[in-house]
Design a protein around this ligand. Structure first.
Ligand code: IMP
Ligand code: MG
Length: 180
């Protein structure tokens, strides 16, 4: 089945590219149904969500806009505990229908902070689409509106997700092997 190794950690194949693409098209279709004539503003959370946001956006069948913000909370394979805003959201989102697109929700800290700051700017509505969701870790009472895959609380890479910057260009999603 193959393995990849980054930073001395072995990763096994977890979600193949075909399954990712199928699910991404389903989410794009659901968002297209829900936002017809609303011209939603998709906010891609960089860096990790670029692949998902791009593929999802290209599969929307409605008029929509996309913009970007950049947050960082992870160092290596663990949450650093603080969330830094590295690229501020500069768009005027007042009265807009906003869909925040994340690669993964782990503790929920990143998305909670972003949603709180977005709400202060008085959008018409805010929803969250995440490719991956780790409900066992989520401590911030966050239930995403669109979820690609619900997964156990293991460290994963690929399709935008990284380990210290590497692994983002893997087409499949890979999971770190348990250490025994
Ligand atoms: P949270 O604030 O704990 O929910 O962390 C969310 C952010 O941490 C995501 O946007 C990812 O960038 C990163 N992250 C969380 N889990 C993983 C993982 O398993 N692999 C790679 N990055 C992760
Ligand atoms: Mg991220």
């Amino acid at each position: 089945m193959g393995q990849v190794v980054y930073n001395g950690i072995k990763f096994d194949l977890f979600i193949p590219s075909e399954s990712i693409q199928t699910r991404v098209r389903q989410i794009a279709s659901a968002i297209s149904d829900d936002y017809e004539n609303k011209r939603p503003l998709i906010i891609c959370v960089l860096n990790g969500a670029f692949a998902f946001a791009s593929d999802m956006f290209m599969n929307l069948s409605i008029d929509a806009e996309i913009t970007f913000t950049r947050l960082k909370s992870y160092v290596g394979t663990g949450s650093s505990g603080s969330v830094d805003e590295l690229l501020e959201l500069s768009d005027d989102i007042r009265d807009r229908h906003v869909v925040v697109v994340e690669d993964i929700i782990d503790t929920g800290r990143t998305i909670k902070k972003l949603i709180d700051s977005i709400k202060l700017k008085l959008p018409a509505s805010v929803r969250v689409a995440t490719l991956l969701y780790k409900p066992q870790v989520c401590t911030h009472d966050i239930t995403p509106d669109y979820i690609g895959f619900t997964i156990p609380s293991k460290f994963i890479i690929g399709y935008g997700l990284d380990i210290d910057g590497l692994g983002r260009n893997l087409k499949d999603i890979w999971v770190a092997e348990e250490e025994n």
